[in-house]
Design a protein around this ligand. Structure first.
Ligand SMILES: [Mg+2]
Length: 256
């Protein structure tokens, strides 16, 4: 049985079309897509053949292969064992490397400085709170603030102040708010890969709800592939991780 036997005729057609694209981007989620879930996430190694297939594809001309993960980039590199020319994108698209990292422009830098100083102002009258600087964001932490009223007040000030600035992307958690000046999502990451490579076709493969933000941003003609059951915006579906490995190997053969 060849890997292609596992695929629906529609997906097999789509892969043939992708194999013929002058420039191709292949973006893959990691956990649940290339690596089975295990109790200890640091031991979630890729399924047999997965890295080999990714590296074969990444070695082909005008073919960019990226892993898009919620893990931080270093953890992703460690657990996957994948390396250049495979592009590793961590933290849902906010950590880049391999020549795809573009520095903030002057507007973004100015906005980030405004966000930071507004958060520092809140911290200055909220004992225990602090601001964590990140390359494209600033994060207000209020967990160590002892008085719950002060904690709530600081969070409301942040939401009404810098979180409401134009051009920021806000992620609110329990006792923490992250305010970024550049969008971090798998969808934005795929768009960036397509923009920088000029790819006519992008393939995105993922299993989880967070991957829907990736599928949602694909263009007509791009190929979204959902792994496993569940509602999805992806146009295609495969059953499980071995089927993902099979389709990547098949694509490498078609394009090689
Ligand atoms: Mg996943």
């Amino acid at each position: 049985m060849t890997p292609a036997d596992d695929l629906s005729p529609e997906l097999a057609d789509a892969l043939r079309r992708a194999a013929g694209a002058p420039t191709l981007v292949i973006a893959c989620d990691y956990d649940g897509t290339l690596a089975p879930f295990v109790d200890d996430p640091t031991l979630a190694v890729p399924a047999p053949g997965a890295v080999d297939a990714l590296e074969r594809l990444a070695g082909l001309p005008r073919t960019t292969v990226a892993l898009l993960s919620g893990r931080n980039r270093e953890a992703l590199a460690q657990v996957s064992g994948a390396a250049a020319p495979v592009v590793l994108v961590g933290s849902h698209g906010s950590e880049w490397e391999g020549g795809f990292d573009t520095p903030l422009d002057d507007d973004e830098l100015a906005r980030l400085a405004r966000v930071r100083s507004a958060l520092e102002e809140i911290v200055s009258h909220t004992p225990g709170a602090h601001v964590e600087p990140k390359p494209t964001a600033a994060v207000l932490h209020v967990r160590p603030v002892e008085d719950p009223d002060r904690r709530r007040t600081a969070m409301s000030e942040a939401m009404a102040g810098p979180a409401a600035f134009d051009g920021v992307f806000v992620t609110e958690g329990k006792n923490v708010v992250e305010i970024a000046v550049r969008e971090a999502s798998k969808g934005a990451a795929i768009e960036r890969l397509v923009e920088q490579t000029g790819a006519e076709i992008a393939i995105f493969i993922g299993d989880d709800v967070t991957d829907e933000r990736g599928f949602a941003r694909l263009r007509e003609g791009d190929i979204g592939i959902k792994v496993g059951d569940g509602q999805t915006l992806a146009g295609y579906r495969v059953a499980d991780i071995p089927a993902v490995v099979g389709l990547l190997a098949h694509l490498a053969e078609l394009r090689g």
